[in-house]
Write a protein that binds this ligand. Structure first.
Ligand code: GLN
Length: 491
């Protein structure tokens, strides 16, 4: 087995025992990136020089017997909408193509404290708006299971990198499914924590009441290990919660006996592909065998979540993206005669079509005369959705649903029709509307050999129950024996 094939926790053991060095591990990833990223295109930029320098420094410290963190020298890839001081943070947009971050995101500060090694920055849909990475201003990322298909989005680079062994684990962000849906399409584990658990400081804002950072990993154990580093109060993010630190690895217990899992019937009806439905029902059966109680339930208001999401997310985006005016940073048009021209031309030339669509929809729903009918209405329905979740969680410990209504789709299949693309999010956006934690866990392959995953949704701030159930499933099944084939494409 090659070094790049191991999980991060396996690599930690190897580093701790002295079996390998961080330099060897890091080199193995850059060799792999050179071999495979030309076809997968997960990375927007790589950081080979600084990564190897950091790896060697950690190796020296370890050799000298200095106290080092168990995470020290472990490589990681970062979605390119999180700031690392001195590196480009593009959001896969022409607007920020040459933007070098002058500060670290809080999650990066947290990883720095452990001396982790950054492999590079990963591709996304421009400003995290999309479900396929086709909206990246630079290039689309390919799905390692079939190069003619999308990896999902917006964290498509983060998911494809883990699936193709181009990073042991990565960070993504999830506003309406952007960690879970690409994780699902690429057959890796993706975890969106409860809103408020992880600081958003230094994550380029898309929709501030929905955005959360989380891990994409090869297994559930790595997800818990990375979550341990991400979580924590941060005074730079006023929505970050002040809780006592937890050790999420304590939740990695192989036991679901007595757990009550609700199966919302609306997610297993029309709109959800037959093979996906069968796979999720098989997961339900497995949980029953393992001692959990599965009960069909109803989440009827969930059908409004996508509409609510695309009003609220776009409204917040239109406001957040107001800062890109060509003055302080970002792209500036060369064609201007006055200040208004700078604004107009820089924004017209710097943003791609989907981002412009969101800004226009968002501005519309916030404008006087339409505010009550759209934005305010959406906020009210958001409250109704939250109430429905609260009622379900009085009865159940977890909800089980699909992550994506289909497996990975072909390039171009949905990109001409925004509504089609937005419907890719029907199972994931309700969770963001509720601010709840949700995990995507791969469970099987469809008849085309593409990964199918299931989603577990938990109560707010109860990531432990999700981790426990996800871990139990993983321990009693064997999806990880499947490997992406890199078929298709023109190679
Ligand atoms: N696909 C959704 C959108 O386009 C979700 C994006 C995200 O979670 N960042 O808005």
């Amino acid at each position: 087995m090659e070094l790049y094939e191991f999980t991060a926790h396996e690599l930690m053991d190897k580093l701790a025992s002295g079996e390998v060095t961080s330099e060897e591990v890091t080199k193995s990833y850059f060799d792999r990136i050179k071999e495979k990223d030309g076809i997968v295109k997960a990375y927007v930029s790589t950081l080979e020089e600084s990564a190897l320098e950091k790896a060697r420094k950690v190796d020296e410290d370890r050799k000298a017997g200095k106290p080092v963190s168990k995470y020290a020298g472990i490589p990681i890839g970062i979605k390119d909408n999180m700031c690392i001081t001195g590196t480009r943070t593009t959001c896969s947009s022409k607007m920020l193509e040459n933007f070098v971050a002058p500060y670290n995101a809080t999650v990066i500060e947290n990883l720095n404290k452990e001396d982790m090694v950054y492999l590079g920055k990963l591709n996304l849909d421009e400003f995290a708006m999309g479900s396929s990475t086709e909206n990246s201003a630079f290039f689309p990322t390919k799905n390692p299971w079939d190069l003619d298909r999308v990896p999902g989005g917006s964290s498509g680079g983060s998911a494809a990198a883990v699936a193709a062994d181009l990073a042991p684990w990565t960070l993504g962000s999830d506003t309406g499914g952007s960690i879970r849906q690409p994780a699902s399409l690429c057959g890796v584990v993706g975890f969106k924590p409860t809103y408020g658990l992880v600081s958003r400081y230094g994550l380029v804002a898309f929709a501030s009441s929905l955005d959360q950072i989380g891990p994409l990993t090869k297994d559930v154990t790595d997800s818990a290990l990375l979550l341990n580093l991400l979580v924590g109060h941060d005074e730079k993010d006023s929505t970050s919660m002040d809780f006592e630190k937890k050790d999420y690895t304590k939740a990695l217990v192989n036991d679901v006996k007595g757990m009550k899992i609700g199966l919302p019937k609306e997610y297993l009806r029309e709109g959800v592909n037959e093979e996906v439905r069968e796979a999720v029902l098989a997961v339900a059966k497995k949980y029953e065998e393992l001692g959990a109680t599965i009960e069909e339930c109803s989440f009827d208001v969930g059908k409004y979540a996508t509409s609510v999401y695309y009003v609220i997310a776009d409204a917040e985006a239109s406001s957040n993206l107001g800062r890109f005016d060509g003055i302080r940073y970002g792209y500036r048009s060369e064609k201007f005669e006055n200040l208004k021209d700078i604004y107009r031309n820089s924004r017209s030339e710097g943003f791609g079509p989907e981002v412009k669509r969101r800004i226009m929809v968002g501005t519309y729903v916030l404008s006087s005369g339409y505010y009550d009918a759209y934005y305010k209405k959406a906020q009210k329905v958001r409250t109704v959705i939250n109430k429905a979740y609260n009622e379900l969680f009085e009865k159940y410990d977890l909800l089980l649903t699909p992550v994506s209504p289909t497996t990975a789709f072909k390039f171009g299949e949905k990109s001409e029709n925004p509504i089609e693309m937005y419907l890719a999010d029907i199972c994931t956006v309700p969770v963001n509307i509720g601010g709840l934690p949700g995990i995507s866990v791969p469970c099987s392959l469809d008849s085309k050999g593409l990964p199918i995953s299931f989603q577990l949704i938990g109560k707010a701030f109860d990531e432990e129950t999700i981790l426990k159930a996800a871990y139990t499933y993983e321990q009693n099944t064997n999806f990880r024996e499947n490997k992406p084939t890199f078929k298709g494409g023109n190679n």
